[in-house]
Design a protein around this ligand. Sequence first.
Ligand code: ARG
Length: 460
Amino acid sequence: PTNQSWGGRFSEPTDAFVERFTASVDFDQRLAQHDIQGSIAHATMLARVGVLDETERDAIIAGLQEIGQEIADGTFAWSVKLEDVHMNIEARLTEKIGITGKKLHTGRSRNDQVATDIRLYLRDAIDAVDGELLRLRKGLIELAAREADTIMPGFTHLQTAQPVTFGHHLLAWQEMLARDQERLRDCRKRVNVMPLGAAALAGTTYPIDRHVTAELLGFERPAENSLDAVSDRDFAIEFTAFASLLLMHLSRMSEELVLWTSAQFDFIDLPDRFCTGSSIMPQKKNPDVPELVRGKTGRVYGHLIGLLTLMKSQPLAYNKDNQEDKEPLFDTLDTVQGCLKAFADMVPAIEAKSDNMYEAARKGFSTATDLADYLVRKGVAFRDAHEIVGQSVAYGIEHKKDLSEMSLDELRQFSTSIDDDVFEVLTLEGSVAARNHIGGTAPDQVRAAAQRARDSLTAL
Ligand code: ARG
């Protein structure tokens, strides 16, 4: 036969280019250990229902375990002629244990096999990503607790808006990541369903017990419908959608880190080990890690659109198109893992330059809203108060003075409702401390929020 797995009905060998063109072994060998795990469970189940005898089962399992070792040691000889990871392993099994190896594929197709492999692989990868995400969130929460009193300008439109605490800003990041983690865990539920037993598309005539296989592999349950089980890759799309949102968030954080390390902001210092230099400008220290994370977001978005487009219009059930699911999924995983590791390592090492943050908050009339609220408390209507403070700011711009640097007489030019108790509200400390409710920026609220965040992680 031209191909030992399916060549029976063929009368000429596959075209050499077509052989290479249709092969996936170069990239799907990443699934090898999970393929073996699935095969061992399948053989165990076949023996349980009497399709294999125990000697056959033991030979298959021992052979597969040796192959797993060969692959781990790097001594396994992969062959493009054998098309994909599944047939490479099966052919090697037969080489090792003889005719019994050919019985492993009883009641199974590569269609349900590959769908099972990807799910097993992705489930492990999700658990690794989950751990890194947790590590990053822990780092953020502890940094936020340390910086609960640190005052910085808060921005809207990237213009100084109102003072906030740095800890509050960091906890905003952690909230984004908390939702991402929820999405990841939700996605895992739908990944953790077993296609095996669907065979090519319609199920199999052997008396298989899919509950046994599902339990052996730690799946929540066997997939309900054989056609659906072998054909959909929505679970991979869902993971990539999770990844896109996560990277969108990391990219926003990256952008802020890049801004904050610039000479113009100078709010934070990133340790040298997370930065690189310039080959021509000796003074440079560039925030490459956040820049690269920002950039890698694009490739993950690309994979999301790629996978969605791959699946659209595919008729039921399996089509070879689906072989194209692996590279985008693997690259998404690698990218997410790299970006999360970089961030989890880097975040605890961020050093706040609190004096610079404080000065910046003092500069942009960031307590103007506090002055307006003060006037309202003195009986001025808010719209009138807004106008009065606007005039004070215009005066400040002209005379290069912040509101807190003006004398009482200067301030009273704009409203006689202003008394000398105004200076308490014009300070940055007074401004942040006054936003003292759940979700507000007051240092006490930030400490309480950090504690709630810690508790929520312990509960995970
Ligand atoms: N390499 C294939 C894939 O990744 C395995 C399934 C092939 N099935 C088939 N009938 N050609 O999808």
